[in-house]
Design a protein around this ligand. Structure first.
Ligand code: SAH
Length: 394
């Protein structure tokens, strides 16, 4: 649809005001139960309330579980290209303002809703930009997005992908990019990985600052890295002089990447391919560890899964504290937005008191500043991490 056509007679989506309270507070997603009237086809729409009060311009997809994602609350639609250009520029300036560099490391350049570009993530790994799409509309804009970004990143490689889950939700085909090598550095460690063998866009950039904290503490310690993926925490610890590191994951692909990167950085990594939940109770022979990193996958995708997720965390916490040496540090992370640092602290304090152990909280962190989210949009605030030190007996 041309921008002129959009301005002349834009399709309307009418929503119930009382069902979009969170949208009026800043959240960008409109759910099906709020929609009263809408076109049958996907496209750019004007969203209004039943009293015809303007809410904003949105990408609309009637087939998706999130049918409308708000792009702007300005009355005037600036046109696709200007809109994208301005939002991309704002995202880049925000990162520059925060002191992030663009050339060697791993950086989230665009964090979807948090950068006013719903459905779009752009991660930079060295000189490769991975565009990861979560909405059909953003995916359809890929050529325009890449051509705008080429203006500033001409000599970079630009790679577009849309994962199978996102594509299924949006009712479109996944976008499978050609394989390529990602080369980047993080906290003094060099990483290389083949995109085709990775999860998401490559690695979990949201844990970057926590990996730096781990590096600070790791010197001389015996480290256990649970759910290690490509060994980000393990290699940060080894590069900072950890005595030894045992890294565990259920994915052989992930462990192969971790081993290859350990060799590339001239450090020795021990690996074990197993299910962490069932392996932990039998790990007494390898214990105690002076540092345990526990960064499981999302254990509670929604509110209804919270109780089950908390039970899994209680198990992990019980086992990790059992394996931790006095003076040791445990890092416990949750990437489920329904399990936050409050839940993790409750579980830690209950488990510690049952085991008669005194713990000090030394850090509570969230995802770093290249992962912003709109206030009022709790989905955007998903990563919670607690570091505790085991001081001694109670
Ligand atoms: N800590 C990592 C990211 C972890 S992502 C980092 O900083 O990069 C979660 C990892 O857990 C994935 O690599 C996945 O393969 C692994 N995983 C999922 N379920 C598992 C299980 N039951 N046991 C062991 N590993 C598991």
């Amino acid at each position: 649809m041309s921008d002129t056509a959009v301005q002349d007679s834009p399709p309307l989506v009418e929503v119930q005001r009382r069902k979009i309270a969170n949208v009026l507070r800043g959240a960008p997603w409109i759910y099906p139960n709020a929609v009263r009237q809408a076109p049958e086809v996907p496209g750019l729409v004007r969203v209004v309330t039943e009293q015809q009060r303007f809410v904003g311009w949105a990408d609309f997809n009637p087939a998706a579980p999130i049918p409308a994602r708000l792009l702007t609350r300005d009355e005037e639609w600036p046109g696709e290209e200007l809109f994208l250009r301005q939002r991309l520029q704002r995202a880049l300036e925000r990162r520059m303002g925060l002191g992030y560099g663009f050339h060697a490391g791993g950086l989230r350049m665009v964090n979807g809703e948090g950068d006013g570009l719903p459905g779009l993530v752009i991660d930079a790994y060295g000189t490769t930009l991975i565009y990861d799409f979560y909405s059909r509309a953003m995916c359809e804009r890929r050529d325009l997005l890449i051509s705008i970004m080429r203006g500033q990143f001409a000599d970079y490689r630009h790679v577009a992908r849309m994962g199978a889950d996102a594509a299924r939700r949006e009712g479109c085909e996944p976008l499978v990019p050609e394989d390529c090598e990602l080369i980047f550095g993080e906290n003094g460690v060099r990483f290389s990985m083949q995109l085709a063998a990775t999860q998401k866009t490559g690695c979990y950039l949201d844990q970057r600052d926590n990996r730096r904290l781990v590096a600070h503490w790791a010197s001389g310690r015996r480290v256990l890295d649970l759910f290690c993926y490509h060994g980000g925490f393990s290699l940060a610890a080894l590069a900072s002089g950890a005595q030894d590191v045992l890294a565990i994951d259920s994915s052989q692909d992930a462990l192969d990447v971790a081993l290859a990167n350990a060799a590339r950085n001239g450090v020795h990594l021990q690996i074990q391919r197993t299910d962490v939940f069932s392996a932990l109770p039998d790990m007494s022979d390898e214990a105690p560890f002076d540092m345990i990193i526990c960064d499981p996958p999302k254990l509670a995708p929604g509110r209804k899964d919270r109780a089950k997720g908390l039970k899994a965390y209680r198990h992990l916490c019980r086992q990790c504290l059992r394996l931790l040496a006095p003076g040791g540090v445990l890092m416990l992370s949750s990437c489920s937005q329904v399990i936050d640092s409050g839940h993790l602290l409750d579980i830690l304090s209950q488990t510690a008191s049952r085991q008669g152990k005194a713990l000090d909280v030394v850090a509570v962190t969230q995802h770093p500043a290249d992962h912003p989210w709109p206030v009022g949009f709790l989905t955007g605030r998903y990563l919670s991490t607690v570091f505790v030190e085991y001081r001694g007996e109670l």
